[in-house]
Structures are given as structure tokens and as C-alpha cells.
Design a protein around this ligand. Structure first.
Ligand code: C2E
Ligand code: MG
Ligand code: MG
Ligand code: MG
Length: 291
């Protein structure tokens, strides 16, 4: 059984269609209760600037530990939740958790932004920008510390609907990023029409760039294209020193990947940040942390 999302093939399960259907059905019907019971949480993966290695922000990635199925892959349950019309609930949860976290950092004198993944369905909700403003107000977080990540295929699904909402979010001062870039209908003309600030090179190219000259060429051209459009270029899937060094040499602005850190639960992220703070010899917690 296959499904395509953002150009990536999402392989579900080897079990029978009936089992897959049942599992999806259970996920969807149990979702709200699972949220209430605390089965869902948000993990955070740090992003660093190149070459300075400053910790600029984190990406929020939702996690669901199901009592029966165990750890569920967001690539499996997010589309199910989306299809069931519950994505607003999911995004609201992730957004609130993320802004609560940014607020704590602000109170500690740290300037760390958070990136939340959106689904195309969020952009079909005309009230979405108002909900975001409400959340920013509740936590007292400036919009510049919030980034929304959208896949290009997501925006392309219904540009008429998506564009005005994106425009509104952008005018609020929220940073907009195109996620998984290179896997969809990427074209220069298309990127120019979107109010985006950042482009994230899909991890498949970054993972392959050490061994595949084609992938390397794609990465290089996205860096150049992004810069020529005045965008910040982020590479995800940075697993090796060599990849980071190559990206740095190309002028890529930001790196994210297992080399820097895996996505971490809140307490583990705090420890990760603390260790970096301690390293900045004898000084107090800095406004900007460096790896
Ligand atoms: P994404 O937004 O492209 O997130 C990056 C994915 O790459 C994450 O997978 C992350 O754990 C993984 N990753 C990061 N660094 C590396 C690396 O160095 N190597 C490799 N191999 N992988 C790396 P994750 O957490 O399983 O999330 C998968 C996708 O699920 C995300 O892709 C995003 O599209 C979606 N997703 C996750 N959280 C949310 C959410 O809160 N809302 C929505 N709408 N979608 C979400
Ligand atoms: Mg993302
Ligand atoms: Mg991505
Ligand atoms: Mg992805």
C-alpha cells in the first residue's frame, strides 16, 4: 500500500488492507481522547546557522505514543488526522506547546525561534490567522519567533485558497518556509509568487549528496536559486560532518539533522541547551547560544 505525500513515498504497513483500515480508523476516532490523555507530545530538533553554529531555533515535530500500537510515525497519523478533518486540533496543540516553550526561553533570556509544520488543510481555514494571533498573544511571543513550514505540493494543491492566508500570516510577521523543497513542482517562477522567506532542501538530496553527484548538483542549485531570490536556505537531513562542510562551503545558511541533534523531548532539549550554555566559558546564559 502506497501513498504519496510531498513527493515522498509513504510506505504504510505490510499487513492486510483490512488491518490498515482498522488501524487508521482507530487513530482517527481515538485522536481527541489521546490528546486529552497526554499520549501526544512535541519533540524539538535544533537548527544551527552556518558557519557560526549559533542555535537559531528548533523545529517542532509531533509524537504519538499509542497504548496499543506504540510509537506512531507522524508520516502515518498526520495524513489520517488531516483526512478526518482534525488537523486544526493537531496544529493548535503543536502551536500552543511550541509557543509555551519559546516563552520559557524568552523568560530565561534566550532568543530561540520555533518552526511548526502546517498542513494544506490549515490554509483552507479562513480563521486560521486569527487563531495564530490569539495563540501568540496568549503566550506573549512576537511573530518573528514563529516559522511555519509548508510543503510545496501542499501550497500547489489549491493556490487560490492558500495564497491569501499565507499573505496574511506573512504580513503578521511570521516567517514562512517551503519544506521538502526539490521533491515537488519546484520552479523559480512558482517560488517568486509565494510570500516565503526560507526554503528547506529536502533531506533526500542532503543525505545523497556525499555519494550522488546528481543530488549534490540539486543541493547546489537550490542554494543558488534560494539566494538569488533573497531566501534563507536550510538543509535538513545533515547526518555527516562532510555534508555540513560541503553545505557551509556552498554558502547554505542553516543546518538541521542528526549530526547536530535528533528531535528531542522537552526535558532532553533543555539538557542539550544547558550543555551548550555551560560551554560558553564562565558567562551567563547568552541571548544566542553557540554549538
Ligand atoms: P518534515 O517537516 O520534513 O520533518 C523532518 C523529518 O526528518 C522529521 O521526521 C525528522 O525527525 C527527520 N530528520 C531530521 N533530521 C534527520 C536526519 O539527519 N536524517 C534523517 N534520516 N531524518 C531526519 P518526523 O519527525 O518523522 O516527521 C515526518 C514528517 O511528519 C515531517 O516532515 C512533517 O511533514 C510531518 N509532521 C511532523 N510533525 C508535524 C506536525 O506537528 N504537523 C504537521 N502537519 N506535520 C507534521
Ligand atoms: Mg518540516
Ligand atoms: Mg522536510
Ligand atoms: Mg517530510
Amino acid at each position: 500500500v502506497r501513498a504519496t505525500r510531498g513527493g515522498e513515498e509513504v510506505r504504510a504497513y505490510v499487513p492486510s488492507m483490512g488491518q490498515i483500515f482498522l488501524r487508521r480508523f482507530q487513530m482517527v476516532t481515538q485522536f481527541r481522547q489521546a490528546l486529552e490523555e497526554g499520549q501526544l507530545s512535541v519533540h524539538y530538533q535544533p537548527k544551527i546557522s552556518l558557519p557560526s553554529k549559533q542555535v537559531l531555533g528548533v523545529e517542532a515535530l509531533v509524537r504519538w505514543v499509542h497504548p496499543e500500537f506504540g510509537k506512531l510515525d507522524p508520516d502515518e497519523f498526520v495524513p489520517a488526522v488531516e483526512a478526518a478533518g482534525l488537523i486544526g486540533v493537531l496544529t493548535g496543540f503543536v502551536l500552543d506547546e511550541s509557543l509555551k516553550r519559546v516563552r520559557k526561553w524568552m523568560d530565561e533570556g534566550l532568543r530561540i525561534s520555533v518552526a511548526v509544520n502546517l498542513s494544506v488543510r490549515n490554509l483552507a481555514d479562513v480563521d486560521f490567522p486569527a487563531k495564530v494571533v490569539d495563540s501568540l498573544r496568549r503566550f506573549g511571543v512576537p511573530p518573528g519567533l514563529l516559522t511555519f513550514e509548508l510543503t510545496e505540493s501542499g501550497v500547489m494543491a489549491d493556490p487560490q485558497k492558500a495564497l491569501p492566508i499565507l499573505q496574511e500570516l506573512h504580513e503578521l510577521g511570521i516567517v514562512l518556509a517551503v519544506d521538502d523543497f526539490g521533491t515537488g513542482y519546484s520552479s523559480l517562477a512558482y517560488l517568486r509568487r509565494l510570500p516565503v522567506d526560507e526554503v528547506k532542501i529536502d533531506k533526500s538530496f542532503v543525505l545523497g549528496m556525499g555519494t550522488d553527484l546528481g543530488d549534490l548538483a540539486v543541493v547546489r542549485s537550490i542554494v543558488e536559486l534560494g539566494h538569488s531570490l533573497g531566501l534563507t536556505v536550510v538543509a535538513e537531513g545533515v547526518e555527516e560532518d562532510i555534508a555540513r562542510d560541503q553545505l557551509e562551503a556552498m554558502g547554505c545558511d542553516v543546518a538541521q539533522g542528526y549530526l547536530i541533534s535528533r528531535p528531542l523531548a522537552e526535558d532532553r532539549l533543555e539538557a542539550w541547551l544547558q550543555a551548550r550554555t555551560a560551554r560558553s566559558a564562565g558567562r551567563q546564559r547568552e541571548t544566542i547560544l553557540t554549538l
